[in-house]
Write a protein of this length. Structure first.
Length: 152
């Protein structure tokens, strides 16, 4: 089920948020690639539930999708593809199974700062919480990812 009203957003702002949130995955992949004690995410059919709220949106927007993938491999590909996006990331701090960092991004003249926390449940489930500030606007996103089975 997909519930969204993307027509409310100017294209430039949507593109920026996409790059910023994808940039978050870049930082995650860098941290995951260098942390030997993290679990490896299993390849398979994954369900991603993303909820965004704040900014000019008014009510929370929820998007759910399924994809046959390995999230760790996807993060590495995004890292390679967007390494020149204009984002700078703090070193990743670990506390138990939670990995956190901050970001400072300027894309197409638009600047934003973010705080991200990745909580790893196991090799088949994780949650990412992101708070992004662009000027006076604050957007919060939660991504719940869970492996739901084998790929077809």
């Amino acid at each position: 089920m997909i519930v969204h009203e993307w027509h409310q957003y100017p294209v430039k702002k949507l593109y920026f948020l996409f790059l910023l949130l994808t940039g978050v995955c870049i930082a995650l992949s860098e941290g995951l690639a260098h942390a030997d004690d993290l679990p490896t995410f299993r390849r398979g059919m994954w369900e991603f539930n993303r909820t965004m709220e704040g900014g000019n949106q008014g009510k929370a927007q929820t998007i759910t999708n399924k994809k046959c993938t390995n999230p760790g491999e996807d993060m590495k590909r995004q890292n390679e593809m967007l390494s020149k996006s204009g984002c700078k990331f703090s070193p990743i701090a670990r506390s138990g199974n939670t990995y956190s960092f901050t970001s400072d991004c300027t894309v197409q003249g638009i600047s934003a700062q973010g705080k991200t926390a990745l909580s790893v449940e196991n090799d088949s489930a994780y949650t990412v919480n992101i708070e992004t500030r662009q000027g006076k606007q604050v957007t919060r996103e939660t991504l719940n990812a869970r492996r739901i089975g084998e790929c077809p």
